[in-house]
Write a protein that binds this ligand. Structure first.
Ligand code: WQD
Length: 338
């Protein structure tokens, strides 16, 4: 058995791009995924990009038996945990599904790791744990809060990791707080594939540009920001993937670690700036209407990136024009394949 990185949710948006980055860095990957929001076809695309098809096991992180089998049959040295539900609005309608998948699933996974004596764990947290920012840029010591069940599941898992780390020697863990991941692999072979109406800005913008949807609704232009629309720290998913490889290396090299770092660019762009960048990248118009604010939204949010640079030697490198160009390539190639 050769040493393997277990990637839960590896066929999803961020998991698939990170699998590509891991394989290109020379790691052997085993994906565990229940395919609730993705498909097996992603494995072919990863193989086309990297020349290697990752190992795959259909299974759920809530299922202790599947997890036990995974750890028994493979020489797993570390786990990157992406599998989870991620729609804020949905989390207020079906909170128990969110606590079950995101919290119970993480507990089952950590318990299986403990049993197998695998103590290297990289977790997908979110900038949502900062709540409404008290000051910008957001540093990792900013107070945490949650205004919806999704955000609360991220807070709880961060705390579970800290408790576990304090209870037993040898855990090397990273809590990676993502800002707003966008873009796609430059090949156009993998990207974000939301089911139904996209909740997030950039997949929606992409579908307006293709003509699949008539116009974008901009949620408010009366925020205290330069043009009145919401400002976010958009990060290219390939930069985010590289951040995971750096965090994994850090954990594998450490004897003991509980790292908490922002993965963002440090720069904020407004909704209208992103719309214009997408129009430029695609050559297509993106008509929009200004509508009421979306409940729960904050005005502005961007990362302090110094800690990630100091501890991981990692920085995001890609600008919004590249994020939009790569998202557009994915969207148009995907439309042709359908
Ligand atoms: C970005 C900006 C909207 C859609 C959410 C979650 C967060 C994380 C990522 C993870 C805001 C505006 C959006 C639209 C719009 N979750 N907007 N019209 O809200 O920063 O973060 O997703 O997996 O936890 O809270 O991202 O892309 O939804 O919105 O005007 O149709 O675009 O108001 O200013 P957000 P987003």
């Amino acid at each position: 058995m050769s040493s393997t990185i277990l990637v839960t949710g590896g066929t999803g948006f961020i998991g698939s791009h990170t699998t590509v980055a891991l394989q290109q860095a020379g790691y052997r990957v085993l994906i565990l995924d229940n395919l609730c929001n993705s498909s097996m076809a992603v494995l072919d695309s990863i193989a086309a990009i990297t020349g290697t098809r990752p190992e795959f096991m259909l299974g759920d992180v809530c299922d202790a038996e599947s997890l036990h089998t995974v750890f028994k049959r493979n020489d797993i040295v570390a786990v990157l945990h992406f599998a989870g539900l991620k729609a804020v609005g949905e989390s207020t309608r079906i909170p128990l599904a969110y606590y079950d998948n995101n919290v119970h699933g993480s507990v089952q996974l950590l318990a299986a790791m403990q049993r197998a004596q695998v103590r290297c764990f990289v977790f997908s947290s979110s900038a949502t744990v900062y709540g409404d920012p008290q000051k910008l840029p957001l540093t990792e010591d900013h107070p945490r809060s949650a205004t919806n069940p999704y955000g609360h599941t991220k807070l709880v898992v961060e705390d579970i990791m800290a408790n576990l780390h304090a209870s037993e020697d040898g855990w090397r863990m990273a809590r990676l707080r993502y800002f707003n991941p966008v873009g796609a692999h430059p090949s156009g072979l993998i990207g974000e594939a939301p089911q139904g109406t996209p909740n997030n800005l950039m997949p929606y913008v992409a579908q307006v540009a293709t003509g699949h949807r008539p116009s974008l609704q901009v949620y408010g232009n009366d925020y205290n920001t330069p043009d009145g629309t919401g400002v976010r720290d958009y990060i290219h998913v390939m930069d985010l993937a590289a951040g995971h490889v750096a965090a994994l290396r850090h954990c594998l090299d450490a004897k003991q670690a509980l790292l908490t770092v922002n993965l963002g660019t440090g720069k904020g762009y407004s909704v209208l700036e992103m719309v214009r960048a997408f129009e430029a990248a695609s050559g297509r118009p993106v008509p929009y209407d200004i509508v009421a604010r979306r409940p729960g939204d904050i005005a502005a949010c961007w990362a302090d990136t110094e800690l990630a640079h100091q501890t991981l030697g990692w920085r995001a490198t890609k600008e919004i024009d590249e994020m939009c160009a790569d998202a557009w390539r994915w969207e148009t190639q995907r439309a042709q394949r359908k």
